[in-house]
Ligand binder design. Structure first.
Ligand code: SF4
Ligand code: SF4
Length: 248
């Protein structure tokens, strides 16, 4: 049976009225779904106007329990833990915990921006494919400007449309991250959060080091590892929260 996780509730009451088993109850000023009453029908998810409810599949929940029994993430702050765990869950690679450079305040700023509907700009379509709960913006399909890659050109165009308050995600192209850094240095763009997780032996680690040398609110990792699935996992962690929330 799925677990129901409720976060970022805006209190409209629709799920309480809809739940056929009256499983959703206010507890301590927040809504909770009582596991022994929930039948997993998903009707609460359908009626919630702000996508605050998510059903967690039993396999995902079990995966997280195994993860927590093998990797110590308990000392990380909440959003940092959510991001680290979802990336480890996605890759089945515990080494990510020590590779990530996590900043709770920056992650909080990014999560808040997404909760308020900020533009979510990604460098390649593969990152967008991994994010199903939130609309993404990707301009990779544009004709590249002279001297720029298509991903960097896409970021340059997106910066003209969304100069302030967007969440920027790089899961593939170091060139896009370098272009974003250049744009921020000229005050052409002020991100709410930069998720810099490009991959590859050419420029990936260096571009992430360059990101860390700025004061931009950010998430990155030290090694050349990264990729679209990892970047999407980081965004999803900010959107979904903790799938074992009741276990903490
Ligand atoms: S999944 Fe169905 S039974 Fe469970 S809390 Fe939601 S509406 Fe109620
Ligand atoms: S439907 Fe969504 S916003 Fe409304 S009370 Fe339920 S969780 Fe909160």
């Amino acid at each position: 049976m799925e677990t129901v996780v409720i976060e970022a509730c805006q209190g409209c009451g629709a799920c309480l009225l809809t739940c056929p088993t009256h499983a959703i109850r206010p507890v301590g000023g927040k809504l909770h779904a009582l596991g022994h009453l929930c039948n997993g029908c998903g009707e609460c998810v359908e009626v919630c106007p702000v996508d605050a409810i998510r059903l967690v599949h039993p396999i995902e929940a079990e995966s997280y329990r195994i993860l927590r029994s093998t990797v110590d993430t308990a000392r990380l702050q909440p959003l940092s833990r959510n991001v680290a765990e979802r990336i480890i869950h996605t890759t089945a690679d515990p080494a990510w915990r020590d590779d990530l450079v996590l900043d709770e305040r920056a992650l909080s700023q990014g999560a808040q921006a997404l909760a308020e509907g900020a533009p979510l700009i990604v460098d390649v379509n593969m990152v967008a494919a991994g994010i199903t709960r939130y609309p993404t913006i990707c301009h990779i399909d544009n004709t590249p400007e002279p001297g720029l890659t298509r991903a960097a050109t896409g970021f340059r165009r997106a910066a003209r449309q969304y100069p302030t308050g967007a969440v920027w995600v790089v899961g593939n192209a170091p060139t896009a991250l370098y272009e974003l850094l250049r744009l921020s240095q000229t005050n052409a763009v002020t991100p709410a959060l930069v998720i810099g997780l490009p991959v590859g032996f050419v420029g990936a680690a260096e571009s992430k080091q360059a990101l860390r040398e700025t004061t931009l609110p950010q998430l990155s990792n030290v090694s050349a590892r990264g990729g679209a699935a990892v970047a999407a996992a980081a965004v999803n962690a900010l959107l979904y929260g903790d799938p074992l929330k009741e276990d903490r």
